[in-house]
Design a binder for this molecule. Structure first.
Ligand code: R5P
Length: 328
């Protein structure tokens, strides 16, 4: 696994500052960008930063719902880069990614790179009990069977997911992208809060970079929709907080965490930084809690305009372009 934890100051300046019409590196026509329907604008940003044009794809949906795709330019001998986060509708985006990969393999692409900034089913990283599957492992097998040779992704829910693959997995870290606005927006008295034990390492890293302390909320998940906060460990009384997480889906985890922090005496000034903003139906209401201030997420998934309030979106395209540039 390549875990990029770059200091924001050391991010490739050219990648960050490339404006409209500018590219990083030199055009390399052996890379071919294919945009799945999961995130058109990210694929376009990447193509622009790398000085490439996207290959045309014609999707076809049959009356019974089955999918096919046609790539109308040759990928023979080229490195096919398929950009497709597998966010909602997860199964549709996953099947489309597999279809594109299979088309590239059968079209004799030299290598198939899947850029999956958000990896759907990542929370299925272990058996939930007798009679249950390990969905993230199954997805890894499907991707490899379809011919994918290399995966580039962001902040996987659990580190063991990389071990489900026998191919290279570059897991990029969004923290260097989220830190600058977080640092500009918050004071040094902030406490960084992990909403569960799984994110404690991330909270500690943020705390180190911000020169402050970390706390953790002990949470027990009872189903895909519900979790219960049990207690807060760490000194949050009288302090503003920054909750850091890998994803916001229903908003239930954040809402529970906010309640627990307020009960523990935290100031009603709570900011949030998360890599993946799914913002499912109902989340805007939960995240509209008056104690919640700025919410920073990245665009690993397309971000609908509007709700929730006070949300800012940071682009992952520069980091992805930098990772792809290394493949030329
Ligand atoms: C859980 O383990 C994850 O890290 C997130 O905290 C969780 O998946 C967020 O989901 P929701 O917004 O639905 O609570």
């Amino acid at each position: 696994m390549v875990l990029i934890v770059a200091d924001p100051a050391s991010l490739t300046a050219a990648a960050i500052s490339a404006g409209p019409g500018q590219t990083i590196g030199s055009p390399a026509q052996n890379l071919a960008i294919l945009a799945g329907s999961g995130h058109d604008s990210l694929a376009t940003d990447l193509a622009r930063l790398l000085g490439l044009t996207e290959l045309p794809i014609v999707p076809e949906r049959f009356p019974d719902g089955e999918l096919s795709v046609r790539i109308t330019e040759s990928v023979r001998g080229r490195q096919a880069v398929i950009v497709q986060p597998t966010g909602p509708p997860v199964d549709e985006h996953l099947v489309e990614l597999l279809a594109l990969a299979d088309a590239c393999r059968r079209g004799a692409a030299a290598k198939i790179v899947a850029v999956v900034p958000y990896f759907g089913y990542a929370r299925g990283d272990r058996r939930a009990g007798i009679g249950t599957p390990v969905m993230a492992s199954l997805v890894a097998q499907l991707m490899q069977s379809a011919g994918i040779n290399h995966v580039i992704t962001f902040d996987l829910h659990a580190p063991q997911i990389e071990g489900f693959f026998q191919i290279p997995v570059d897991e990029l870290n969004a923290m260097p992208l989220l830190l600058p606005p977080v640092r500009d927006g918050l004071g040094s008295d902030v406490v960084v809060v992990s909403p569960d034990l799984g994110r404690l390492g991330l909270a500690a890293l943020y705390a180190d970079h911000l020169g402050t302390t970390a706390a953790v909320v002990h949470k027990r998940r009872t189903s895909g929709r519900e979790s219960h906060v049990l207690q807060v460990a760490g000194d949050v009384a009288g302090r503003p907080c920054l909750i850091v997480d890998d994803m916001i889906a229903t908003g239930g985890t954040i809402a529970g965490c906010v309640d627990a922090l307020l009960l523990a005496g935290a100031q009603p000034r709570i900011a949030i930084a998360a890599t993946h903003g799914l913002f499912l139906a109902g989340s805007a209401e939960l995240l509209g809690h008056p104690a919640i201030g700025p919410i920073w997420v990245t665009d690993t998934l397309p971000q609908p305009a509007g709700s929730p309030p006070r949300r800012s979106v940071v682009s992952v395209a520069p980091l992805l372009a930098e990772a792809l540039d290394k493949l030329r």
